[in-house]
Structures are given as structure tokens and as C-alpha cells.
Write a protein that binds this ligand. Sequence first.
Ligand code: 5AD
Ligand code: SF4
Length: 449
Amino acid sequence: MINSINFTDKDRQYKTVFFETFGCQMNKLDAELSLGLLQEEGYKIVDTVDGADVILFNTCSVRQHAEDKVYSHLGALKALKKKRPEVIVGVLGCMAQKDGESIFKRMPHVDLVCGTRMFSRLPELLLNIKNHGSHVIAIDEDHIVNVKRAVTYRPNFYQAFVTVIRGCDNFCSYCIVPYVRGREISRTIPDIKEEVQALVSSGCKEITLLGQNINTYGKGLNGNITLGDLLSDLNDLDGIERIRFVTSHPADMSRDLIRTMSRLEKVCKHLHIPAQSGSDLILNKMKRGYTAGYYRDLISYARELIPHISVASDFIVGFPGETDEDFQETVQLMEDIRFQNCFIFKYSPRTGTKAAELEDDVTDEMKRARNMRLLELQKGISLEENKKLIGRVVEVLAEGASKSDSNKLTGRTRQNHIVVFHGSREFVGKLVNVLIHEVTDLTLYGTLT
Ligand code: 5AD
Ligand code: SF4
């Protein structure tokens, strides 16, 4: 265990850090918070490993593929570390939490393993390596993450992510998250409000609240606090224009929350609410706690109350025992609900989870075919739904230059459509109205009105 260290001026010497992040939005935000802390300690962020004194990977464990990528990046650093042994190589986040000490065995040139709840202590961990040598490990699960956010370090000034609940208590049978991110811990409303207020004062217009399972926000806090309470309080803050929240779990999404969403004007009418499968048999084996019928009713209720709400989902194909009939039920659900967009994943067994005890009996070829089928289906639905917006005016928060054409701007609607439109830099950070005249399955194109 590392004790608190008082930094001296000598410790605050100019250093460079290269930081790469894999995985979900929560990881990206943790990276942002870590870099904010390191910058405060005098680190300069560089974008190649060549000139870096410290190389950090913030990792993901949700599928095998994500881990393989990190191990391959780490392997590639062996030669660099031989040439410059003083360079510090660190593994942070989910894979660090999951694999712990074994990372040093597999990759002896790694100096630091820092788990999902310890990154706020990065500066002292790095100092410890500098002073006492390699192989420092910090994976204490009970540690409560408490980062004084440096609001000046943000990739985009007009938008920010704010973690409101960490961890997950759901234990869906395929998922490693509860094992690597620990039990649910909610931040208090005053704590969150203080952070949001600081962000808004520094120019932020749109806040996205993050949680692995955001609908259980408030569990364990005094006074029966719910996500609806938090949304209502944030809705009252001056200066904030849009509030989003992800990710919702169908079993924990209350109708009360849908009613609250419908009455709060700043809360964007968009839900990312993964269904995962359309087969009750598979949903049961996944331990999701709902049926496809329940899911359909929930979305119908949301659409009744908020007709223009957009709904996005995740699906896993090739879960153990998934038959053609089960898969067909997923296809049917997708056809019936008509999601705005979906992320489709091939099932990847994760050691330690309940599903990993089942035989991974759907062949990779079949998983790939089912994946393709759903992607194609969703592409068609997204295109048809987007076409309905041609000739309509949508409100967009202009985020910056479009990647494909620097003369155009890009941004999102409240329903989370990506919009590309003609416009100059003066509009960046502003809410603008755009007339849509062309669409693809992923993007709307238009002109300012
Ligand atoms: N295999 C494949 N996909 C997975 N997901 C989570 N665990 C696994 C796994 N073992 C997917 C789920 C989740 C998304 C973030 O990742 O669809 O919603
Ligand atoms: Fe994983 Fe399920 Fe928790 Fe989501 S709700 S993080 S899928 S265990």
C-alpha cells in the first residue's frame, strides 16, 4: 500500500506522458481525470511513445479482443524499454484490476499495475517507482475514487462527462464489469452539482452523466435518492443546456424515471438501453432480469409519453446455447423496435463470470454471420428512420470541424443524431438550427437556417 507523499519542488520536474485509452466512455473519462492530475504535477502530454518518460495504457477487459490489443502494445514496448530503461510503463484500469500481479510475470518490463479505483493516486505511484524501483501494484477495490477535477483539461470545451455511479451490482452472467469495477458506489448530489457547476462556469453546455448501470444511481445514499432526483436538480442549474445519461438497464429503468425525463426540458430524449437479446431463454441465461415482452412494453411506454424519443441498444450474438430460433427472436425484436442505432458484439467468454462455465458452443463463423446479419438489418432501419428527417429542422450543438471535411461543422441533435453542416468556427459551442437535406444510416447533412 502506498502512503501519502508530500511532493517537493524537485519531484515536480518537467516530465512527459503518453496515454492511450481502450474501451468505454467511463475509461475515457478516467483518462481525462488522470491526465488532469498529471498535468497539475507538471507532466506534459505527448502523442508518441518515443519522447515519453511515462507510457500509460488505460485498459478494457469486456472482450478478449480488447485485452489482446493491449498485450500486443505492451509487447511492442520491450525494445524501447531496453534502450531507455528509465521509461515508466504502466497498465491502468480494468485489465490491471483483473490480471493484477500476473501482468508483471507475462510482461516483466511493465513497472506499474493500477486498478480501476486507484488512478487518483497516479502521481504518487509514479513517484514511488522513480524512487524505489519497478513493479508497483495498486488494486485496492474498496478505495473510493475522489478526484478534484481540473476543469481546464477537457477534450471538448462545450461537453463533459461526469461519473455519478461507479461499479455494478448486476452480475449479468457474461459480464466482467462487476469483477473489475467493483460494487456500486454513488456520488452525492451536492458533490456532482459542484462539479457540474464548475464545468458550466468554464463554458460547458452539455453534460453526460455516466454509470455502468446508471438507473441504480442513489442506492446506498441517505434519503432514497434516485436518478430522477439528480436529473431534476441539474435541470434547475443556469447555463446548462443539455443533460444526457448512460447506460440504462431495462430491469432497473423505472417508469417514474421516464415520466421525469418527459417533464425536464434539458434532459435529452434519448435512451441507450441495451436489450442484449430478443430470446427469453437467452435473456434468462444472461441473468438480465427481464423478458423481451417486458422490454417491448417499456419502450412502448417511453414512446407513448415522449413520442420523439430515440432508442439505442447493444446486442450480443453467439451467447452459449443460442440457437437459430433464439437468434431469430433477436432479429424480430430489432425489426419491431426500430432502434436509432445498435452496437453488436460477438460473445467473448470472460474467465470468472458465470457464463464462462458454459460451453462456448456457437462457432466463430456463426457468430460472425449473426453479427453481419444484425449490422445489415440495423443499417437499413437507421437509413429509413433518418430519411424521415429530410426537410426537417433539428437543433444541433456545434462541436467543431467535421473530420471528413474541415470546411464543415459537426455536432449532435438532442436525440443523438450526428449532423454535418456548412458553417464557420464562430458557431462552435453554440446551439444552432440545421435544415436536413441528405442522410446516410449514420449521419444527417444539412445547412444552417
Ligand atoms: N462478450 C461480448 N460482449 C459483451 N458485452 C459485455 N460483456 C461481453 C462479453 N463477454 C457487451 C454488452 C454490453 C457492452 C458494453 O459490451 O453488449 O452492453
Ligand atoms: Fe455488465 Fe450487466 Fe453491469 Fe452492464 S448491467 S456492466 S452488462 S453486469
